[in-house]
Design a protein around this ligand. Structure first.
Ligand SMILES: Cc1cc2nc3c(=O)[nH]c(=O)nc-3n(C[C@H](O)[C@H](O)[C@H](O)COP(=O)(O)OP(=O)(O)OC[C@H]3O[C@@H](n4cnc5c(N)ncnc54)[C@H](O)[C@@H]3O)c2cc1C
Length: 574
């Protein structure tokens, strides 16, 4: 009875609406199914060229020695910015990796399954040489061109960059053990992605991970308790069996890992493959996958080594010095990755605000929002400019100044750029209002990913200690720093004063730890300001005004005397 009455009521309502118009003169729908028109909502930012639309990036590539790579980068940028490719990033994070420790018959498999989108991203990165190009094709602009590609690829998806970076960074470390390098490097550097869980001998291309961190210590790897027991003769290149645990092993489907363990002669570095040369599984067992707030597409595991076979890399007892060759390069990639995250955040924020109105005007034209967007763009451009300056230094390590700058600059840049990213992601997210919090926008992914680069490969304080170590052990690094920032003396009174004060404070490292954050912040700001001035960046003046004087102690958008509209126009992705 009730339902038939309700039905009659509905029909009466529909017929009453049938020929009527709404307050704006539009016909009301015959069946009442269309409730409203969607307006004042942006069109998604897809199908744009990540390279051609990025003035700061294109200028940096030309300037820092990779003009020869422009055409290839433009083609890459068009592909990376396509809707289909951007969607891979979304899918790889919506569908996290899953672990099977055993097969259905109870045999140990230690198999991580990834969504096809993750494999597609890995394949693209490896076929583009993001894991190897500066080593296989060194020369003018090699690191710069690779950094530009890695940057665009990270705008699409950050998580898969972890194994790409580790594979890339393994080369300088492995070269310290020429016999192992001769055997492994050709496959490490091949542009072939083969994700099968089979011995490396059956593959044309392999990937490399790293396992240092243990439960009792990550920064302090000297606390490692994993033991390495010699199988026969001892020493570099010789076989050992490893027993212990690792608390973080990312990308556990890599074909081999650089692992730190205590040999009889002290903490040493080992290359440990997933499979033994006889085709049996090496007992490198994945206990569980980490449940991470960000970096979701990338699998990170807890692993136990139960007599896993490995070969010593570099001198016995010099494990940290050996693996630091790898860590130095992963730190540089953290700079690229966090700069890319900032770029994507700026692109999303500007593109939203150029399409969204509030109180009768587009957000992008409302002065407070223009200032916020400009400030976000300044931060992103400063990050990229410093990163590309270091890429150039890496391309010229035979030059003393560039080598010293690469050493200290990558430590400063890793510390500062990665640390600036979470706040930047948050402010960019807020530009999208409530939609910025929604999981179907890219913003939550950028926000949750943002702290990761700051933590791994040397957390903030540890980076500060590394900066002090570089200055103490190699004073020429600080000389190179001051030569670099002084090359633009006279261009900005604020920077000149900043550098003068820094010279006094940074040369005296007594009580460094108590002053470390202050000194490292100032080193970073001075470096970014000088880099922007050196290249004639349109944001240089605004950077000096807003960063040097107030030393970053402001919310985004607290800019004065700056042409914010021009800065936003320059940074707009379309
Ligand atoms: C997503 C993810 C993936 C990872 N993947 C890997 C991997 O594949 N392989 C691997 O080996 N590790 C990996 N790690 C581990 C990572 O490298 C460590 O978490 C990191 O080095 C910090 O170590 P910890 O967690 O033990 O923290 P701790 O070393 O305990 O540090 C805690 C805090 O104390 C600070 N601190 C440490 N020492 C000092 C000091 N002397 N003075 C002042 N402050 C100090 C640190 O800066 C940090 O803020 C991964 C981590 C994450 C988050």
């Amino acid at each position: 009875m009730r339902s038939s009455l309700a039905g009659k009521g509905d029909l009466t309502l529909v017929s009453a609406l049938a020929d009527r118009q709404d307050n704006f003169g539009k016909p009301l729908d015959r069946y009442g199914a269309v409730t409203h028109e969607v307006f004042n909502q942006p069109v998604e930012l897809v199908d744009y060229n990540l390279f051609a639309s990025d003035a700061a990036l294109t200028e940096a590539v030309k300037r820092e020695g990779a003009a020869w790579a422009m055409d290839g980068l433009e083609a890459f940028g068009a592909h990376a910015g396509s809707a289909e490719f951007l969607e891979l990033g979304t899918l790889a994070n919506k569908n996290p990796p899953e672990l099977d420790t055993h097969d259905r018959y109870g045999r140990r498999v230690d198999l991580v399954r990834f969504h096809p989108a993750y494999h597609a991203l890995m394949k693209a990165s490896i076929e583009e040489g993001l894991h190897s190009s500066p080593w296989t094709d060194p020369g003018e602009g090699a690191h710069v061109a690779r950094a530009a590609r890695y940057y665009m690829q990270t705008e699409v998806e950050a998580g898969h960059g972890c194994p790409i970076t580790m594979t890339f960074a393994a080369a300088p470390c492995l070269k310290l053990q020429p016999d192992l390098a001769a055997e492994w490097l050709p496959k490490i550097q091949a542009r072939v992605y083969d994700p099968r869980n089979v011995p490396a001998g059956e593959k044309q291309g392999v990937t490399i991970g790293m396992a240092m961190t243990e439960k009792q210590g990550g920064s302090d790897v000297r606390a490692n308790t994993t033991r390495a027991i010699p199988v026969g003769a001892e020493g570099p290149g010789r076989a050992y069996e490893l027993v212990g645990h690792k608390f973080f092993v990312s990308a556990p489907m890599c074909d081999a890992f650089l692992v730190l363990a205590q040999a009889p002669g002290g903490l040493s570095c080992f290359l440990v493959p997933r499979w033994r040369p006889d085709g049996t599984k090496n007992p490198l067992q994945i206990i569980r996958l980490k449940r991470k707030m960000g970096n979701v597409s990338n699998a990170s595991s807890e692993t136990e080594l139960r007599g896993a076979l490995g070969w010593m890399v570099g001198p016995e007892g010099r494990g940290v010095a050996t693996i630091i060759e790898m860590v130095a390069m992963t730190r540089f990639d953290c700079m690229i990755g966090s700069s890319a995250a900032m770029r994507m955040a700026v692109s999303q924020a500007i593109d939203h605000c150029r399409q969204r109105k509030a109180f009768g005007a587009l957000l992008i034209d409302q002065p407070i929002m223009t200032a916020v967007l400009a400030d976000l763009a300044i931060e992103a451009e400063a990050a990229l400019t410093l990163t590309m300056r270091i890429a150039r230094a890496l391309d010229h390590r035979d030059d003393g100044h560039e080598d010293a700058l690469a050493r200290l600059g990558s430590a400063i840049g890793k510390y500062w750029i990665c640390k600036r990213t979470p706040g930047h992601a948050y402010e960019a997210l807020e530009c999208l209002g409530g939609s910025g919090v929604m999981e179907d926008s890219p913003m939550p992914r950028l926000y949750r990913e943002a702290p990761v680069n700051a933590i791994w490969e040397g957390s903030g304080n540890v980076q500060c200690l590394d900066i002090a170590r570089a200055i103490q052990r190699s004073p020429q690094t600080l000389e190179a720093y001051f030569a670099e920032v002084s090359s633009v003396a006279g261009e900005s009174a604020a920077l000149d004063a900043h550098v003068a004060a820094l010279k006094d404070d940074a040369r005296d490292l007594a009580d460094f730890e108590g002053r470390a954050r202050d000194l490292c912040d100032r080193l970073a700001i001075g470096f970014q300001a000088a880099a922007l001035i050196r290249v004639g960046s349109p944001v240089a003046d605004a950077f000096c005004r807003s960063r040097i004087d107030s030393r970053g102690a402001h919310q985004y958008g607290a800019l004065t005397g700056v042409d914010t509209k021009a800065i936003v126009r320059r940074a707009a992705p379309r």
